[in-house]
Design a protein. Structure first.
Length: 198
């Protein structure tokens, strides 16, 4: 019984250390950029040893992937939370788009996911993360709208990729100072334009 309690405590400590490393890395990657952040700074910021870093992550790139994964998961959770109870599949897509842009407005998130992410992990590496999170929610929303007859039956993977790129472009523009309402209106127009011809 005592041994099981100790194991659980060790696991909890291990998770806490991993979490501290991810949080510290996020702060530094946002403040300085991935390229300008060294692992000694990360361990100092996290208050852990270099050995602890390499126990959890093979290298700085692997740590960055964990940061990106967490950020993408938070964005997907926001989308899902804000689309529950939407009156239609199309409304859910539009609300999901607004939730995406709002979640991406978190300081540093656009840089981490849309600029540094592809540069550090490669386009395919970021696509894998996107497909588990934001693109997954978009694909599910599009599938639901197609099945409900609210948008035309188009190739789902291509449509997800194209609309996902439009959402990402909007997030980048808003991060650079553009009016969020203009981009939300444009994205809603794109989605509404997918309705079947009557």
């Amino acid at each position: 019984m005592q041994q099981e309690t100790t194991r659980r405590t060790n696991r909890e400590r291990s998770e806490e250390t991993r979490d501290r490393l991810i949080q510290a890395a996020r702060r530094l990657f946002v403040e300085k950029s991935y390229a300008e952040t060294g692992t000694p700074e990360i361990v100092r910021e996290a208050g852990v040893t270099r050995g602890a870093l390499y126990h959890h992550f093979a290298d700085k790139q692997t740590l960055f992937a964990a940061v990106a994964e967490r950020e993408a998961r938070v964005v997907a959770e926001e989308i899902e939370r804000n689309t529950v109870g939407s009156p239609s599949a199309t409304a859910s897509l539009i609300e999901g788009g607004k939730a995406y842009l709002k979640a991406m407005a978190e300081p540093g998130r656009t840089r981490l996911l849309l600029l540094d992410g592809p540069a550090v992990l490669g386009r395919s590496g970021m696509d894998e993360i996107d497909n588990r999170h934001g693109n997954r929610t978009l694909r599910e929303g599009l599938q639901a709208a197609i099945e409900a007859g609210q948008i035309r039956r188009l190739p789902l993977d291509a449509l997800t990729g194209l609309l996902g790129a439009a959402f990402d472009r909007a997030a980048l523009a808003i991060d650079a100072g553009a009016d969020a309402a203009d981009y939300q209106a444009g994205l809603a127009g794109l989605i509404e334009g997918l309705a079947p011809a009557s």
